[in-house]
Design a protein around this ligand. Structure first.
Ligand SMILES: Cc1ncc(COP(=O)(O)O)c(C=O)c1O
Length: 368
């Protein structure tokens, strides 16, 4: 396996206080307090990819299995639903709305259903019918917009303003920070859980990024809960490498996506603002990977090639593993990031078969 691009961040400088300035500690604490009380809550498994570890000769490869998150099959269950709960506390019987590539909207819809709120979800023409049906299962009204994600967000904003719906978006901009911060605070509990699941110090985290919300939430969790700061390696589809390009130029950079990646949740052309403020310095390096190895990696996880037990990991759960294997194949880069027999690597298995139909297709393709 080979990565597409690798970039070392020249501006790297990890500062706990700076990270927690952009995603305040009390938000992290409150999110854990609330979510850990939700019905059906339990920490997701921290698995070990023992077989892969034997091949790569590291100390440990941990895999945080978010396919088990509240039956929503993705870490996103923590973000949107939590933001809905916090915003709902401010006013009674509100109607919530959101634009989504799939999993975020599902979380918002689930969060609304938990509290008996009405919910309107806007999707682009690229969102699969399977994902739409999953959102509808939670009683939300789904509005399909003939355009891309940006078009769906625009429509959501216009209709929400007109109808006084409360927008629960996971992407932050200059004038819209608090709600996305809530979603990111929700994601940080992955790290709170891990800090209790292993006594080993994590040395490297391979972190997927779309707009960077998951990555920023995890980095904030690291700043708050980990004693030692691991290397932060951001992984993106090479067709949508907006974090890599922004870090390269040291400014928020919007890119043009020529073709959508199969890793749909990560196919984003511009970073969210708060994640940029956090990741611009907290990131050690960025790696981009092609779609080529996604199906194969899904099959390897399922068919116990990496671990003793079978793992259901969807398309977005694979890039961390692809990046890790690719870097291990490159002695120079491996050395550059100190990946060796003492390393305890953390991979975020951020989703299971959230899109059942696509998962089946990729699994059978990967087995060929
Ligand atoms: C299913 C899914 N959606 C979206 C994302 C991207 O998250 P974000 O846009 O917060 O960076 C990921 C993570 O990589 C993911 O697994």
């Amino acid at each position: 396996m080979k990565y597409s691009k690798f970039l070392l961040n020249k501006n790297y400088e990890f500062s706990r206080s700076s990270v927690l300035k952009h995603l305040p500690s009390n938000l992290l604490i409150n999110s854990y307090k609330s979510i850990s009380k939700w019905k059906g809550y339990s920490p997701t498994p921290l698995l070990k990819l023992d077989k892969l570890n034997k091949k790569l000769k590291l100390n440990n490869i941990f895999y945080k299995d978010e396919s088990k998150r509240f039956h929503l099959k993705s870490f996103k269950a923590l973000g949107g639903a939590y933001a809905v709960e916090k915003i709902a506390k401010r006013g009674k019987q509100i109607i919530v709305s959101s634009a989504t590539a799939g999993n975020h909207g599902r979380s918002v819809a689930w969060g609304a259903k938990r509290l008996n709120l009405k919910c309107k979800i806007f999707v682009s023409k690229y969102v699969s019918q399977t994902r739409v049906n999953e959102i509808k299962k939670f009683g939300a009204e789904v509005i399909r917009v003939n355009g891309n994600y940006e078009a769906s967000l625009k429509k959501c904003q216009i209709l929400s303003k007109k109808n006084n719906w409360k927008i629960i978006q996971d992407v932050s901009t200059k004038n819209y920070k608090y709600v996305p911060q809530l979603t990111m605070a929700g994601y940080s509990i992955l790290i709170k859980e891990i800090s209790r699941q292993t006594k080993q110090y994590i040395t490297h985290i391979f972190l997927q990024a779309g707009v960077g919300g998951l990555a920023a939430g995890i980095v904030a969790g690291v700043a708050k809960y980990f004693k030692k700061i691991p290397k932060i390696i951001i992984v993106e589809p090479d067709r949508a490498d907006c974090v890599l390009q922004s870090i390269k130029k040291n400014r928020l950079k919007k890119i043009r996506i020529k073709k959508e990646s199969i890793m749909g949740g990560m196919s984003c052309n511009e970073m969210s603002l708060v994640p940029w403020q956090i990741l611009r310095k907290a990131t050690n390096c960025c790696v981009s990977v092609s779609d080529k190895n996604v199906a194969r990696t899904i099959a390897s996880l399922k068919d116990k090639k990496f671990s003793k037990s079978s793992i259901v990991g969807g398309e977005c759960a694979t890039p961390g593993i692809i990046a890790l294997i690719s870097i291990s194949n490159n002695i120079k880069i491996k050395k550059l990031i100190n990946l060796d027999k003492k390393s305890n690597v953390l991979i975020i298995g951020c989703e299971g078969n959230a899109d059942v139909k696509l998962y089946k297709q990729l699994l059978s393709k990967g087995r060929k």
